[in-house]
Ligand binder design. Structure first.
Ligand SMILES: Cc1cc2nc3c(=O)[nH]c(=O)nc-3n(C[C@H](O)[C@H](O)[C@H](O)COP(=O)(O)OP(=O)(O)OC[C@H]3O[C@@H](n4cnc5c(N)ncnc54)[C@H](O)[C@@H]3O)c2cc1C
Length: 403
């Protein structure tokens, strides 16, 4: 039986929802965390944990637990169209989402949240003033009303829940990506680090290979958020993009991807999924409800990384609810926290246009190989000690190339 009421109902037990639930329950709130799927469940993802994800895990007190099982990674191996590469150092890791999300969800339960799997969010419940005061849920064909003082929507990139919650401003995702797992012994040395490959034949995107465990690799392609992705009428559209063709192109231009595809043992199918980026495409809140994680567009456009910011915004929303219970104060404070992240998101979005100039990517890589200062600048962007504008903007690139 589902409970009839709670303080905070968190919908979606991905990184955003579980992080929020852990913080809120730890502060003594009565939290119900639901997910439409049975746990542990898979999530189509590259499984890369970049520095902001590790920082959020530390804030949650779960970093050591994750790192005890994750595959640690010490650098991002960035490969340009002509094959030149540069290694950008940073503390990173890879952990399959099936396991990561299970650990995060357990972390929420451990702090006191009540977790209910196989429960689907259908629509918000509204009070007489139109404020969200709970949700209509469904489990096994039966509907249920759960009343809550606050609802957090952490349903990821799917447009359906956003529409049902009355937050959706754009159904189309910002980006799409596809990944699969392959096992191949004997290539570990060549596949240290997180491999990112940019090439004009991968159109507006990039390919990746991430070490996901003993002789196992997560590889895939992403089409980055791009103003170029338009249909015949100039509207944004993902209709004509074929990720499998793009994956074939990736394998054609990157020998290690080709080798994994042809000689490796596939341990999963290639599976695609949408991404929502740039903190846009949906309202961040309405009275009684806050959107957290990818539901609020928290994935970076240029890199497709979103696990860290999903947790970070889940934690931010929880902090706002702990500080105040008053609608206007909570929503204003939460909006301030998201707005503080906007410049970084905007720089990542602008950086996607560099893909149109492959020679520029080659030039930056060529220059970086000769400049410890430039590598340091990239490392600063990666660990967020530096604003991306200092390297991921025309002015920044010009300054760094000219020295
Ligand atoms: C192919 C691919 C590769 C990626 N690689 C990386 C990477 O390497 N590193 C990185 O940082 N990011 C990566 N991302 C982005 C990352 O996956 C997301 O940013 C992250 O999962 C967002 O977390 P979230 O908690 O907001 O949403 P999610 O992780 O999507 O969790 C949402 C949860 O809500 C549940 N849900 C959905 N609808 C309902 C409903 N109606 N009722 C109840 N529950 C519901 C879902 O079952 C799910 O468990 C990748 C994305 C893709 C598609």
């Amino acid at each position: 039986m589902l409970p009839a009421s709670c303080d905070v109902l968190v919908i979606g037990a991905g990184p955003a929802g579980s992080a929020a639930a852990r913080v809120l329950a730890g502060a003594g709130r009565e939290v119900v965390l639901i997910d439409s799927q049975d746990f542990p469940r898979d999530k189509t993802c590259g499984d890369g944990l970049v520095p902001d994800a590790l920082a959020a895990l530390a804030r949650l007190g779960l970093k050591d637990r994750v790192m005890a099982e994750a595959r640690p990674v010490r650098f991002a191996h960035c490969v340009g169209p002509r094959g030149g590469f540069v290694d950008v150092p940073g503390e990173m890791a890879v952990m399959p989402r099936r396991r990561l999300d299970e650990l995060l969800c357990r972390g929420a339960v451990e702090a006191g949240a009540r977790f209910e799997a196989n429960v689907r969010f259908l629509a918000p419940l509204l009070d007489a003033e139109g404020r969200v005061c709970g949700a209509r849920l469904q489990r096994g064909g039966r509907e249920h009303e759960l009343h809550a003082r606050w609802v957090l929507l952490a349903t990821g990139a799917a447009a359906g829940p956003l529409q049902a919650a009355g937050l959706c401003e754009r159904r189309t995702p910002s980006s799409i990506a596809l990944r699969g797992y392959v096992e191949l012994p004997g290539v570990q040395e060549q596949l240290e680090g997180l491999h990112f490959i940019w090439h004009p034949r991968i159109r507006q995107g990039y390919g990746w290979i991430f070490p996901a465990g003993r002789d196992r690799y997560n590889l895939g392609v992403a089409i980055l958020d791009s103003h170029d992705v338009q249909d015949g009428d100039g509207r944004r559209s993902m209709k004509n993009l074929n990720l499998r063709e793009l994956f074939a192109e990736f394998c054609a231009v990157y020998p290690l991807a080709r080798r994994l595809r042809d000689e490796g043992r596939w341990v999963s199918e290639l599976k695609g999924a949408p991404l929502r980026c740039n903190l846009d495409g949906a309202a961040w809140s309405r009275p009684g409800l806050l959107a957290v994680g990818e539901a609020a567009g928290t994935t970076y456009a240029f890199t497709g990384e979103g696990i860290g910011k999903a947790m970070e915004t889940g934690i931010a929303a929880a902090d706002c609810l702990i500080d105040s219970d008053e609608d206007a104060a909570v929503r204003t404070r939460y909006a301030e926290k998201l707005r503080a992240l906007l410049p970084r998101f905007q720089m990542y979005r602008k950086a996607t246009s560099f893909n149109r100039w492959p020679w520029l990517v080659d030039l930056v890589i060529w220059r970086a190989r000769r400049s410890p200062r430039l590598i340091q600048a990239f490392a600063g962007v990666l660990d967020e000690s530096r604003m991306p504008g200092t390297v991921l903007s025309w002015r920044g690139i010009k300054r760094l190339i000219l020295g």
